[in-house]
Design a protein around this ligand. Structure first.
Ligand code: GTP
Ligand code: MG
Length: 273
């Protein structure tokens, strides 16, 4: 478990105790973004606290789950990790339909991926559930060199934390090392933050490689999800569907469901938040 995950756990552990006995509320979350920005890697970090170099592109979509413990509730994220390749774009509505949350991911070293993220945000705002919680996520911050990290005032802090994380997690664990450095920031943090603020989006910068920001991302999304809405939705559908596993299975029809990454079996007590 990364230091991020540990610190998040410990910060919520005491307050979460009453929630331990509660029934988790299912929340559907969809990841969207250009190909190779790190969507699958961010989810893998959140669900299994793992990272793989040269992860293969997602085909269709992958489904994973992970619980997130808040002070007053447990949210069980049912995560649809979509494929970023353009040929899969038309499948996306099937995954964001009825989603309570979305993480729209871009690569901080690639300007085109930020433009693509903005177009996903527009599409969600037009076509998804009007109450959907959207988080804008700039990933791969471990790639930024000190000189190329842009002008964000708090970047220095991030880089220090990032080194700590790399040491404690051993994430990556190959000859590339962490932080990788050397890449130039193509999307200024202030610009992305301002865009997010204007659109009422959450905003995070993350590194799936080091784990930086990943637990915080999902925790803040969980906090923002209107639980009363999930409650009434699930109470209405509870008798009809039995549980959300049925809902997920039906959501998966027509897309590829890659079961090998489904962490439901291990997620019961392995809450990352
Ligand atoms: N340095 C660095 N590399 C990353 C990070 N996240 C992902 N990568 C690498 O970027 C490549 C693409 O990552 P994926 O997680 O497969 O990206 P994706 O967005 O799921 O791609 P698609 O499934 O094709 O849409 C892989 O080689 C990852 O190892 C990160 O935070 N830092
Ligand atoms: Mg993927």
């Amino acid at each position: 478990m990364s230091s991020n995950a540990q610190s998040a756990s410990s910060s919520t552990a005491a307050a979460a105790a009453p929630a331990a006995t509660q029934k988790p509320w299912q929340a559907k979350l969809v990841l969207l973004g250009e190909a190779a920005v790190g969507k699958s890697s961010v989810v893998l970090r959140f669900v299994s606290d793992e990272y793989t170099e040269n992860k293969e592109p997602t085909i269709g979509a992958a489904f994973l789950t992970q619980k997130c413990r808040l002070d007053n509730a447990i949210i069980k994220f049912e995560i649809w990790d979509t494929a970023g390749q353009e040929r899969f774009h038309s499948l996306a509505p099937m995954y964001y339909r009825n989603a309570q949350a979305s993480a729209v991911v871009y690569d901080v070293t690639k300007a085109s991926s930020f433009e693509k993220a903005k177009s996903w945000v527009k599409e969600l705002q037009r076509q998804a559930n009007p109450n959907i919680v959207i988080a804008l996520v700039g990933n791969k911050i471990d790639l930024l060199s000190e000189s190329g990290s842009g002008s964000a005032a708090d970047d220095d802090d991030e880089e220090e934390e990032e080194e700590d994380d790399a040491t404690t997690t051993g994430a990556g664990g190959n000859s590339n090392g962490t932080p990788s450095g050397g890449a130039t920031r193509a999307v200024p943090k202030e610009e992305a933050a301002a865009y997010a603020q204007e659109g009422g989006l959450l905003f995070f910068e993350t590194s799936a490689k080091t784990g930086q920001g990943v637990v915080e991302l999902f925790t803040e999304i969980a906090k923002k999800i209107p639980i009363d809405q999930i409650q009434s939705q699930q109470q209405r559908s509870g008798n009809a569907n039995g549980n959300a596993a049925g809902a997920s299975a039906s959501a998966g029809q027509g897309g590829l469901r890659l079961g090998q990454n489904d962490a439901r079996g291990g997620a019961g007590e392995g809450c990352n938040c």
